[in-house]
Structures are given as structure tokens and as C-alpha cells.
Design a protein around this ligand. Structure first.
Ligand code: TSJ
Length: 635
């Protein structure tokens, strides 16, 4: 029997390899990897669109947990391919079969992408393929990647007639492989919408029959211009949306960008409609040329004088939101997650289009050019002020001898054993000072609202008294991002413990502190030095037996089940506890509960801070109120 020839053995070995180490092919077996299966299949339809033969794609999340993906392309080839097997079979059972069939000029392939339908097939409990072409409907099916439909002379059986063409794939992810088999609706939706922006001629339909929601249609005829419009929603524009395109070295480049009144830079890169999260050559080409162009114009216009330094790249992109999309016939994806474009020709092509097309644009739109250069000037000014403030603080620090009177330091000089508690409020600070273990525990009380560092410029941040005393106490300096003025080896404490009341203000202060660490000392968090103290919410005093501290409402619920007769004392703030109680509940390393802050927590805090600092005070108060308790409980 030809079933047992060398080819089918290779196929089986391939499938087995995928099932043995699925992470190698789809990144993970969690919900990211699971969703990846859908994208992997959809990408094939996008390829067909890029080849010029497909205008619609439909994705359905079915009630039984399977997914359906359908396009109106030419239909996967079903004719005899090699050694008596239909081409369709080869595509779905051979690893990396894609390339052999793709005559498309641009394909969504390389790296994690385009690992192919055979991988999805191998990781599915079942897969059903329907191909409509040449007036016929063909069907095939698989279980765990192994064919379960019998071929007739190596060809797929035709099950009906049709005038349409296209491909329909249905598959159910295998529960034996995935920890999680529920597709994440919002992620699928977001991805399809993104695909619509990058392929303005394509219509993508999305239906979630699982949860019985209304079908959605993503069609974005404005393309990446529409994408930039959406990204800048709610921001105050400083320029119109500028869009340019061009073709160089067989690479198509399309760029859209707009400046807003803020300071953030957001540049999204795509190659063949794959988001290049790690950036790459297309972005370096764009940025490099844009910086050079802006500096040339700034000198021509006399905005920069002969003695002035050039604007930095970051200056010229201050407040820029951009989408850079290239179509490359043979993309190379590199980097940790294979999302960094590596082709050197993409850098040259994007730079050429940027230079030529933007020169044409700015020569005609002087006002826009001046507005953009104005932003670069502001950025350069802030940068210089910040540098001065930073230098003066750093040099002062070297000579100042604990200028901060409020810090109650510990006696030990062994950083690996020392802890510093940052305590909100003076009364709590007072009892913490008497309650602590003087040998290893330092107390730094902070008062009032520390400055919001998310929005403030660096010189304002550093002028803030609370921040200054923190930087001084820690001893390791600071820098924006992972810069080199920060030296973690000089850190004087192994644990930095934030201790605030379990109320609205407390939650706000810990959010602001985390935002500060995230922005100026991210390594502290990354290396696990930052913690939240979790003082109890209640003390339960039973008729008989010992008193017990309860740290959250869950604990109270449990306690109620075990005890009928007790008095419940509710702590409103740290200041309510006496020194002994504070020691027992919050300071004593033997009995306390600490929550280590992960970098994601801090990033979340920074994002929350960003949101809270909008101009509307109403929802901000509400948000703090709604989440204050929760922030303490999961601590
Ligand atoms: F729809 C879909 F997303 F589920 C899906 C569509 C899934 C997969 C695995 C493939 C496709 C698909 C493939 N849609 N359209 C095609 N087209 C081809 O494979 C094709 C058809 C004809 C020719 C030709 O040269 O005649 C070449 C190719 C590559």
C-alpha cells in the first residue's frame, strides 16, 4: 500500500514533532498560542487577497469551540501534486509546505508567521477543509493532523456543484495540547480590525456564535490613514494626517502620520500586514531619514542656528503617531519573537520614499512643517532643562549628608538584609518608627500627594521633596528608562515596601509611587525589590480564643463560617493601629503579608495614572473609588 511509503512516514514524523513541542511552532499553548491558530489560517486568505484574488474573509467562533475561516479566493489547489497525492493534502500535512505553492508577489510568511496550516492541523482535534473551484465542491478532513477522508486515485472527492470559488476551513483546537481552548474574542476582533486597516480592499466579517453576538464587519477603505485617525482619537492634533507611498527595489512603502499636542511617540511597523512589534529595518529607515529631513529644514528656516546642535531623533518625533507599512516579496523576521524586520533593502526603500515624498509635501505645506518643527524645539528645550536638573541633583547628592531629616534609617549597613518602608501619613510614620525592627528596617514617611510623574517633566519631578528624599534614601540614582545613571549595585535596601492606607488616597499614592519607579527606576521592579505591604482590614475578637487579623473580605467570610460570636474591629487606616499591632500585622517578617510588584503591575499603574490625569475629574474620582479596595485585596 502506498500509504506506508517514505513520504507518509515523514509526514507523520512532522506532525509528531509539532505535537511534541507545540510552543516551538506557535509560541505557547496558552491563550496567545491558541489565538495564533486563527491568525495563521486567516493569513492564508490575506495572502490570497494580496495576490489579487480575494476580497472577503469571514471568521466565525462556533458554539462547539471550533473556528471557521472562509474566503472567496481561488480555492486551494486540489489537483494532483506529487506522487499521487492532492496538492491540498500536501499543504495540510507537510511542514513549511507554503512556499512551494505560493506564487504570490507578497506573502505573509517567515518566522512564527506562515508556519502554515499544517501546524494548525496537527494541533487540532479535527479539521475540515472545503474547496470550491472549477464548478465543484471538494471536501477533506483530518484528526490530529492525520487524514480521515479516503482519496479516489489520490484526488479529493467532489461532493457537489457550485458556481463560487473559495476556501472554508473549520477546526477544533485539541484539548490535549492547549491549556486553554476558548478563543479570546476581543483579541481576534482587534486583529481582524488591524488587518482591515492594512488591507483597505479587504472586507473581514466576524461572528461570535459562541456568545450569540451581532456579526461585525471590518472594512477600512482609508487604510492606514484611518488607522492613524483612530490611534489619535481624543488627542489634540497639531498637524493633519500626512500620508505618502512609493515603490523602490520592488518594495512598496506606505506611511501615515500625525502629530498631536502630547509628548508620546507611537510608531507601529508592519511588513506584509504583520505587526513587527520589535521594529526593524523599515522603521530605522523611516526614523533616520525623517530626523535628517527635519534638521535640514530647521537649518534652512533658521530655527536651528549654526552653533546649535541638531535635534535628536526623539525630538523630531515628539507627539508623533505613525504607521509604517511595507510589502516585501521575501521578508526576513528576526528577534526574540520573530517580529523584527531584518531586510536591509527595506531600510533603503523606506528612507528613499520618506525623503522624496515628504520633501514634496513639506515644500508645499510650510505651516505644517513649522508646527512639527515647533514640537521638536519644545522637546529639545525640555530635554536640556531635564539634563541640567539631573546633573545638579546628582552632583549635589554626592556631597550632601542625609539632608533629609524625615528618614529614620536602620542600623545595619548590609543592604541585603535592609528594608525601607515608604509610609503614607505622618501619624502612621510615627507609629511605624517606634514599631519597627531598628536594626534592619528604615522608615521614610511621605506626606500628601506626591507629584504625578507620568505627565510632569523631569525637572518638576526632581524638585518634588518626597521624590528627592526617596532618591537620596535609596542611594542608587535614577534615570529615565534603563539608562546608565541608575546603579542598582548601590541600592541600600533589599526591599522597598510601600505602605499605605486601604482607602482611596492610599491606592492613589501607591499608584503614583509605582509610576515613579516604573519611569525612573524600572530595574528596581524588574529585579523584584519593590513590594506592597498589606495591613489587615479587620481584627476579629472572639468570646473565646485568640484574636485574629483578617486581611481581606474573603478572609472575613471564612472567619464568619468558623466563628459565631465575635467582635469585629475595622481598621480605617494605619494610624489607628498602635505600635504593637503595626509590628504584628505589617512589619514583622515572620507574620506579615507582602506582595511583590511585577513589572506588569507597574506598567499598569503607569497606564492608570495616564488615564487618571485626563482633564475630566468626575470619572477619575469614580475610578479611584471603584478600584481602591480591589487594589488592596489582591495585594
Ligand atoms: F480561508 C482560509 F483562510 F481559511 C484559508 C484560505 C486557509 C488556507 C489554509 C488557505 C486559504 C487559501 C488559499 N485561500 N486561497 C488560497 N489560494 C491558493 O492556495 C492558490 C489558489 C490558486 C493558485 C493558482 O496558482 O492557481 C495558487 C494558490 C496559492
Amino acid at each position: 500500500m502506498s500509504q506506508y511509503n517514505a513520504d507518509s512516514i515523514m509526514v507523520l514524523e512532522g506532525l509528531e514533532a509539532v505535537r511534541r513541542r507545540p510552543g516551538m511552532y506557535i509560541g505557547s499553548t496558552g491563550s496567545r498560542g491558541l489565538n495564533h491558530l486563527i491568525y495563521e489560517i486567516v493569513d492564508n486568505a490575506v495572502d490570497e487577497h494580496l495576490a489579487g484574488f480575494c476580497t472577503e474573509v469571514r471568521v466565525v467562533l462556533e458554539p462547539d469551540g471550533s473556528a471557521l475561516v472562509e474566503d472567496n479566493g481561488r480555492g486551494i489547489p486540489v489537483d494532483m501534486h506529487q506522487k499521487g497525492v492532492s496538492a491540498e493534502r500536501v499543504i495540510f500535512t507537510t511542514l513549511h509546505a507554503g512556499g512551494k505553492f505560493d506564487q504570490n508577489a507578497y506573502k505573509v510568511s517567515g518566522g512564527l508567521h506562515g508556519v502554515g496550516s499544517s501546524v494548525v492541523n496537527a494541533l487540532s482535534a479535527w479539521m475540515k477543509v472545503q474547496v470550491k473551484k472549477d464548478g465543484k465542491v471538494y471536501e477533506d478532513s483530518y484528526e490530529k493532523g492525520i487524514p480521515s477522508t479516503e482519496l479516489k486515485d489520490g484526488l479529493l472527492p467532489a461532493v457537489g456543484k457550485t458556481k463560487e470559488t473559495g476556501t472554508v476551513i473549520r477546526f477544533l483546537p485539541d484539548r490535549e495540547i492547549f491549556e486553554q481552548t476558548r478563543f479570546r474574542e476581543e483579541l481576534v476582533r482587534e486583529r481582524l480590525h488591524e488587518t482591515a486597516y492594512l488591507n483597505p480592499g479587504l472586507t473581514l466579517r466576524f461572528e461570535n456564535l459562541r456568545d450569540g453576538k451581532e456579526p461585525e464587519v471590518f472594512h477600512e477603505p482609508e487604510g492606514i490613514v484611518g488607522y492613524v485617525k483612530r490611534l489619535n482619537q481624543g488627542k489634540e492634533p497639531v498637524s493633519e494626517i500626512i500620508s505618502v507611498r512609493g515603490r523602490e527595489e520592488n518594495i512598496e512603502t506606505e506611511i501615515a502620520f500625525q502629530f498631536h499636542s502630547g509628548f508620546e511617540e507611537l510608531i507601529l511597523g508592519y511588513c506584509n500586514s504583520i505587526h513587527t512589534a520589535e521594529g526593524g529595518t523599515h522603521l530605522t529607515g523611516f526614523k533616520g531619514k525623517f530626523t535628517a529631513l527635519m534638521n535640514t529644514y530647521a537649518r534652512e528656516l533658521g530655527i536651528l542656528k549654526e552653533k546649535d546642535d541638531n535635534f535628536t531623533g526623539a525630538d523630531t518625533r515628539c507627539g508623533m503617531t505613525a504607521v509604517v507599512s511595507v510589502r516585501h516579496p521575501d521578508p526576513m523576521f528576526e528577534g526574540q519573537t520573530k517580529t523584527k524586520l531584518g531586510n536591509a533593502d527595506a531600510s533603503r526603500a523606506v528612507a528613499a520614499v520618506t525623503g522624496e515624498e515628504l520633501t514634496l509635501y513639506f515644500d508645499k505645506n510650510l505651516d505644517t512643517l513649522k508646527a512639527i518643527l515647533g514640537k521638536a524645539e519644545t522637546s529639545a528645550k525640555i530635554r536640556k532643562t531635564e539634563m541640567k536638573a539631573k546633573n545638579s541633583l546628582l552632583s549635589r547628592q554626592k556631597f550632601s549628608f542625609d539632608a533629609n531629616g524625615k528618614l529614620a534609617n536602620c542600623e545595619s549597613r548590609d543592604p541585603s538584609k535592609n528594608e525601607i518602608f515608604i509610609v503614607e501619613g505622618n501619624s502612621a510614620g510615627g507609629s511605624a518608627k517606634s514599631a519597627r525592627d531598628r536594626k534592619y528596617q528604615a522608615i521614610l514617611p511621605i506626606r500628601g500627594k506626591i507629584l504625578n510623574v507620568e505627565k510632569a517633566s523631569m525637572d518638576k519631578v526632581l524638585a518634588n521633596a518626597e521624590i528627592k528624599s526617596m532618591i537620596q534614601a535609596f542611594g542608587c540614582g535614577f534615570s529615565e528608562g534603563y539608562g546608565n545613571d541608575f546603579d542598582i549595585s548601590k541600592l541600600k535596601y533589599d526591599k522597598i515596601i510601600i505602605m499605605t492606607d486601604a482607602d482611596v488616597d492610599g491606592a492613589h499614592i501607591s499608584t503614583l509611587l509605582l509610576t515613579f519607579f516604573y519611569r525612573f527606576m524600572p530595574e528596581l521592579i524588574a529585579q523584584g525589590h519593590v513590594y506592597l505591604a498589606t495591613p489587615p482590614l479587620y481584627k476579629a475578637i472572639p468570646k473565646k480564643g485568640p484574636e485574629e487579623y483578617l486581611y481581606d473580605d474573603q478572609a472575613l467570610l471564612q472567619y464568619r463560617k468558623r466563628h459565631k460570636n465575635f467582635i469585629l474591629q475595622r481598621y480605617k487606616g494605619l494610624g489607628e493601629m498602635d505600635a504593637q499591632q503595626l509590628w504584628e500585622t505589617t512589619l514583622n517578617p515572620e507574620t506579615r503579608l507582602l506582595k511583590r510588584i511585577e513589572i506588569e503591575d507597574a506598567a499598569g499603574a503607569a497606564a492608570v495614572t495616564e488615564m487618571l490625569m485626563g482633564s475630566d475629574v468626575g470619572p477619575r474620582r469614580q475610578f479611584i473609588h471603584d478600584h481602591a479596595r480591589e487594589a488592596q485585596i489582591d495585594a
